[in-house]
Design a protein around this ligand. Structure first.
Ligand SMILES: [Fe+2]
Ligand SMILES: [Fe+2]
Length: 188
């Protein structure tokens, strides 16, 4: 989208693009996948760091991810949206990412949160713009969750994320992987 250009509304899809219903279904599908992945990342981190001083912070963020996930699960049932076919992959990959970063240390675990939340922030921002004035309830939910994600990012930074070894390449790789996961979950 060009800067300053007005985002297209849901009814203005290009030829060959999914229509309104399918666009919304895909949004809910990818968001549920993302929150599911987030919950799994924290589960992985807590499996490693569950008895450290980082645990209460991780647990608090994990609880919020669960709340986000519950809400998208509820929406899926309400709107009869199927989950992504890749859920079993996110089950394993999310946990593995969480556990692997936690094994690098508390700060690397926090760096993982920064990378994931920055990706989700951009993703939710794009979705909210695409929704425009339509689907106000869905849009409010996305905006509300986006604020929680930014808070998680702030918490992670407060906990020394940037002092993690290899912060730059680590967050770069995790952002790349997160964007790929979004791309895949929107399509499958
Ligand atoms: Fe979340
Ligand atoms: Fe989060």
């Amino acid at each position: 989208m060009k800067p300053g250009a007005k985002p297209r509304t849901l009814d203005q899809s290009m030829p060959g693009e999914p229509g309104r219903e399918e666009t919304i279904a895909r949004m809910i599908r990818v968001d549920q996948a993302g929150e599911y992945g987030a919950a799994r990342i924290y589960a992985g981190q807590l499996a490693v760091l569950g008895r450290t001083k980082a645990a209460p912070t991780l647990r608090r963020m994990a609880e919020q991810e669960q709340r986000h996930l519950d809400e998208f699960n509820r929406m899926m049932i309400e709107r009869r949206v199927r989950p992504t076919l890749l859920q079993p992959l996110w089950h394993v990959a999310g946990f593995a990412l969480g556990a692997a970063t936690a094994m690098l240390g508390e700060k690397a675990a926090m760096a993982c949160t920064v990378a994931v939340e920055e990706t989700i922030d951009a993703h939710y921002r794009r979705q909210a713009a695409r929704l425009g004035d339509e689907e106000p309830k869905l849009k409010d939910t996305i905006e509300e969750f986006r604020e929680d994600e930014l808070e998680h990012r702030a918490i992670a930074l407060e906990h020394g994320a940037k002092e993690a070894p290899l912060y730059a390449p680590l967050t770069f790789a995790i952002k790349r992987a997160s964007r790929l996961a979004i791309w895949l979950s929107e399509r499958f």
